[in-house]
Design a protein around this ligand. Structure first.
Ligand code: AMP
Length: 279
């Protein structure tokens, strides 16, 4: 991969990378579209990263369909699929870990204590292997996006980090490789997440600005919904993900995680509309 990246760079081509864990859906493919707006060559990486799964999580059952993914990525314009094995990424003797201390705390980090070190480590390795000028991430995994931005800045990696909006199904559910675990009933129950987020955004747009009040509404709405077990529902600053005490000043983001049956889903909505990429 590094050799191929060197060749591309020598040819003066701008490289974008789209890191994924495969089981590609339209949300992932929209990241390839964004990558090709920002660069000449899009590399899609497919790696189900064991280091970002907890001991009781779905590493073994996570959907794997590499051939199909590569065909989809190629049809969408990606020139290269990089699919390393776990042994290639973490050979015997491997011992290095990248940790972004503050952004990793709270939200998903509270229930997934090793997750973000796993993400930071693999993203560092994928940026090194692909030598990408720009990496594209979905705003669906918003904490991950903020973490990667922080890490790239802190470690002077020099890669531009771009993002793409959440791609949703017609009923509002954010596309996720994990949606295929949902039964038909659970699929319907899961749509409460986006409706609850939209409700908070409508309240915000009508002038409600108290973060704790809006948060309380979100919590109640999800707790009362049948079939959902709330993990968190919080309003945070869109840039730093720091908690907001009282009035919302700058752009904020409402983030939720909940279990529907055994499937853990996350979603978020931007309030004030400034969570996109800064020039
Ligand atoms: P994953 O394969 O789930 O690790 O996701 C790989 C990339 O795709 C991450 O940057 C995700 O944020 C992004 N992604 C996943 N689902 C969506 C979606 N529904 N809309 C936009 N981006 C997404």
């Amino acid at each position: 991969m590094r050799q191929r990246a060197d060749e591309l760079r020598r040819e003066g081509r701008r490289i974008a990378v789209v890191p994924t864990m495969g089981a590609l859906h339209e949300g992932h493919l929209s990241l390839i579209d964004r990558a090709l707006e920002l660069a000449d060559v899009a590399i899609v990486t497919i790696f189900v990263n064991p280091k970002q799964f907890g001991p009781n999580e779905d590493l073994a059952s996570y959907p794997r369909r590499e051939e199909n993914d590569l065909a989809l990525a190629s049809a969408r314009g990606a020139a290269i699929g990089y699919c390393p094995s776990a042994e290639m990424m973490y050979p015997s003797g491997y011992q290095t870990q990248v940790e972004v201390t503050e952004v990793s705390k709270g939200l998903c980090g509270a229930s997934r204590p090793e997750h973000f070190a796993g993400v930071a480590t693999i993203v560092t390795k994928l940026l090194a292997a692909t030598k990408a000028h720009v990496a594209v991430f979905g705003r669906k995994d918003y904490q991950q996006l903020v973490l990667v931005r922080r890490m790239v800045a802190d470690l002077d990696l020099g890669t531009e980090i771009a993002s793409a909006p959440i791609f949703r199904d017609d009923d509002g559910l954010a596309l996720s490789s994990r949606n295929r675990y949902l039964s038909a009933d659970e699929r319907v129950q899961a749509t409460v997440l986006y409706r609850a987020l939209r409700d908070v955004r409508e309240r915000f747009e009508r002038g409600q600005r108290n973060a704790q009040d809006l948060e309380a509404k979100l919590v109640v709405r999800i707790r009362e919904a049948p079939g959902l077990e709330l993990d968190y529902a919080e309003l945070r600053s869109a840039d730093s993900l720091e908690p907001i005490d009282g009035e919302i000043g700058d752009a904020a983001i409402a983030l939720v995680a909940a279990r529907v049956g055994t499937t853990r889903l996350i979603d978020n909505i931007e309030l004030g509309g400034a969570a996109g990429d800064k020039p």
